[in-house]
Design a protein around this ligand. Structure first.
Ligand code: PMP
Length: 366
């Protein structure tokens, strides 16, 4: 099977994360690693408590605050351990002893967050997408959130299946959202949330850093059993420098935030997300070979997941895509199928190339 792109044609990485970075950011990263500023020591090797690195962290926080219009009564924290660590740290930080939390289970990642929370605190289901095979978001009018729950947890975008929340309700209890795969891809009403968290390896840089945006009144002194390094209050008091922060990941997120700001901010990112995903969903819906199971209104603009109606064509589809410079299109390991992750760095030309590959593949296999 001949490759449909020339040796020199651009390659596109559709991986779900670690995900592609803009070329500009890659080059800045290379510079940062190799060039020493006038004072002689590259920033990567400077003390994290020194003025240079403190300035980088302050600037990163400022950019995030501006891009998301984060109100002043919220802390921005830079944590480690990924979003998976927060699954357990959330109940330990946000709940008083004996207090329960409510969870919306809409797919792979929200189920993981729920199961982990149950290990640390009483947690119950607010709603589940099981009845629809996790192909639709349970409407917020059906959520059952006890009035005394410490928080209600949602996953704004199920990265594995491509199911995305389009609106966030105002609840009587703090809404907590895992936004690992869609933070900074659209405007969000931060004031509706008690806490938002996101690992950075999809839309915001490389792995190693998890951004936490927490309403200040939810911070408590660490309870017994919670190590200080994982206490949100301690992190806030120490400006996320309780111990050595992941300096390289922070630098990369700083560059990504500049990159987003320079391209019109989150409104422009949302417009690009809609345009990219629309092209791909239109191709899928018009075809007899590809099928997306997710309800139209709940389809993700960042992870487009679909199946091939003839399963035996999946392996050749993925192999030929790779040979054509369209990389990492395999679905989540637990779910199979195809997944095209279209995060902020994906150019619209990448989607156009994928769409023409898909049309040609369908024609060849009709
Ligand atoms: N939540 C969501 C929605 C995710 O997509 C992922 C990673 N794919 C995680 C949590 C886990 O993130 P990490 O690997 O940084 O722990």
């Amino acid at each position: 099977m001949a490759c449909i792109c020339s040796e020199r044609a651009e390659r596109y990485n559709f991986a779900a994360g670690p995900a592609m970075l803009p070329t500009e950011v890659r080059l800045q990263l290379a510079d940062w690693l190799t060039q020493a500023p006038a004072c002689g020591v590259p920033l990567l090797e400077q003390p994290f408590t020194g003025a240079g690195f403190r300035q980088l962290m302050d600037e990163t926080e400022g950019l995030l605050r501006t891009l998301l219009a984060i109100p002043p009564d919220y802390e921005v924290l830079f944590a480690q351990g990924g979003a998976s660590a927060q699954f357990g740290l959330l109940p330990l930080n946000l709940l008083a002893a004996g207090q329960s939390a409510a969870y919306l289970v809409t797919g792979h990642w929200s189920r993981k967050a729920f199961i982990e929370a149950c290990r640390h605190a009483p947690a119950r289901l607010a709603a589940s997408g099981e009845a629809t095979g996790y192909t639709a978001m349970p409407p917020s009018r059906d959520w059952q959130v006890p009035a005394d729950a410490g928080y209600c947890h949602v996953t704004s975008n199920e990265t594995g299946s491509g199911l995305q929340m389009q609106a966030f309700p105002e609840l009587a209890v703090p809404l907590v959202a895992d936004m690992t795969s869609d933070l900074l891809t659209r405007p969000i009403p931060v004031e509706r949330f008690g806490m938002i968290y996101a690992s950075t390896q999809k839309n915001l840089g490389v792995p190693g850093l998890c951004l936490l945006i927490v309403r200040r009144d939810l911070l408590h002194a660490p309870r017994a059993g919670l190590p200080s390094a994982f206490s949100y209050q301690v992190l806030a008091e120490q400006h996320s420098r309780f111990n050595t922060p992941p300096t390289l990941a922070l630098y990369c997120t700083n560059r990504m935030l500049h990159w987003i700001a320079g391209r019109g901010g989150v409104t422009a990112m949302a417009q690009r997300c809609r345009e990219r995903s629309r092209q791909l969903y239109d191709c899928i819906d018009a075809s007899g070979l590809y099928r997306c199971a997710i309800r139209h209104e709940d389809r993700s603009t960042v992870n487009v997941c679909f199946e091939l109606t003839d399963d035996s064509l999946l392996a050749p589809f993925l192999q030929q895509a790779e040979r054509s410079g369209l990389h990492n299109l395999q679905g989540h390991s637990a779910l199979g199928g195809v997944r095209a992750s279209l995060y902020n760095a994906m150019p619209v030309e990448g989607v156009a190339r994928l769409v023409s590959f898909m049309r040609a593949f369908e024609k060849r296999n009709a």
